[in-house]
Design a protein. Sequence first.
Length: 397
Amino acid sequence: MGVAIGDCLLDLYAMQNEGLLASESIGVAANACASNSLNALMALEADQRRRLRHRLHALLRADATATDRRATTSRHLVRQSDVDMLLPADVGDYTDFYASIYHATNVGKLFRPDNPLLPNYKYIPIGYHGRASSLIPSGLPVQRPWGQTRDGDADPKFTPTKALDYELELGFFVSVGSSLGKSIPISETEEHIFGICLLNDWSARDIQAWEYQPLGPFLGKSFATTLSPWVVTMEALAPFRTAAFSRAGGDPAPLPYLSSPSDQAHGGLDLWLEVSLLSPRMREANLPPAILGRSNFRDMYWTMAQMLTHHASNGCNMRTGDLLASGTVSGADKSARGCLLELTSRGKEPVTLPSGEQRRFLEDGDEVILRGFCEREGFRRIGLGSCSGKILPASAR
Ligand code: CA
């Protein structure tokens, strides 16, 4: 476990093993740092985690005491480029939502031009159960999956996907869990959210299109989901919280269990997300990755609290380290589309890259890079790091 400091990371694992974190006020939280996943830290009460955060602040301040400065000498500061990052947590369950009304409308239009948004959308935070076993950390390549697809009225075939896509998403982790049979009232939800990461929900659109009815996404999604290794805690995000999405006149108000004055006032998050692509030819020509979409999380129809409350509303127990993802984060403009399905209208309108190449969907060798950051005058900018993955050719079968 480490804390990101500029281009370096502070090795909390080593510091704890040398007794440098120990102090009466943070004993439990310090013990949780001697681990290779965040779960033990996530399971603590928010107040214990906050005390560790304050201790780290004190250690890293410019005016830190001489003793504190010794604790954070270069011995414990490691270059991030020298470190292989792992998944941030042991994730028991992973659920993916569909919380952007812009994404839901754009995708809906491709399949149902006259009736893009299904009647449940404005009432229920729509989601499906994802696959935790194929969550992978940023940097690991993704192999083009095989699957069953059907072209028009032809017989279905089993082939490598021809419509591989990314989805620009935000993930958030459950801190303290909930018991089976108990719901999480929306007024208490924030105490159950640890922090956020970047998430790429790789999607094979041709496999998805053939398999999704009537039970939803399955093998078109479960071959890989990439996570950024860094988790930004909710405490650090406090200055960037904003009002929940302002619903259009005529939209139904959220049902009472999905609404609280506090969530409506501060449940949103002003966070920019960006997806870019680097093709092999661009890499050879030393071109930088091309930005394909830039959106803001404040445009999400449902807040993180509403998603979590809804998830536990039937008594489904949530466990520490569970991962919930927002669904593709898209905005109103064409520049704010979070996947190729939307951006190219299912491949009909290809995008042109700076190398002159065109893309309808991802090709072998393409690298997709997600980034995210919060920015506000008077506050320090917070970055989420990056979440990247390169496409490898399908395996021989
Ligand atoms: Ca998704």
